[in-house]
Design a protein around this ligand. Sequence first.
Ligand SMILES: [Zn+2]
Length: 133
Amino acid sequence: MSKKRKPYKENLLRVGDFGKDLARRSKSKCELCEASKVKLTIYEVPPAPTVPEFEDCMLLCDHCLNTIFNIDSVKENDLRFLEGPIWSENKIIQATAIALLKTAEDKYSWIGDSLENIYIDDELENMISKIKF
Ligand SMILES: [Zn+2]
């Protein structure tokens, strides 16, 4: 990476600049669970790059953010809503949904069944493997 590190605050402002475009892309719905008419927050898929990239950002509702932040303590059905976005045509949404499911794949057998039908090419596999919650 040759891009220069930006101060944190400046990063926040730049992520904020994505708001309008993300709202357009998401049609103002949560990009994981599709909740509408809820507060949406810009989420940078980790590891966040030094310079924010629009393609690494998603608009998420509080419920999805909480699920991600507490991914280690999810119950069996807490991740069922991800069965939709694992089919997303948007790569970062699809990769994030799959990466979230994979964190609990060993615990719940339905997750393996859901992921079995998804075609994961090298590019997607690469994106998924980089995501660390
Ligand atoms: Zn949501």
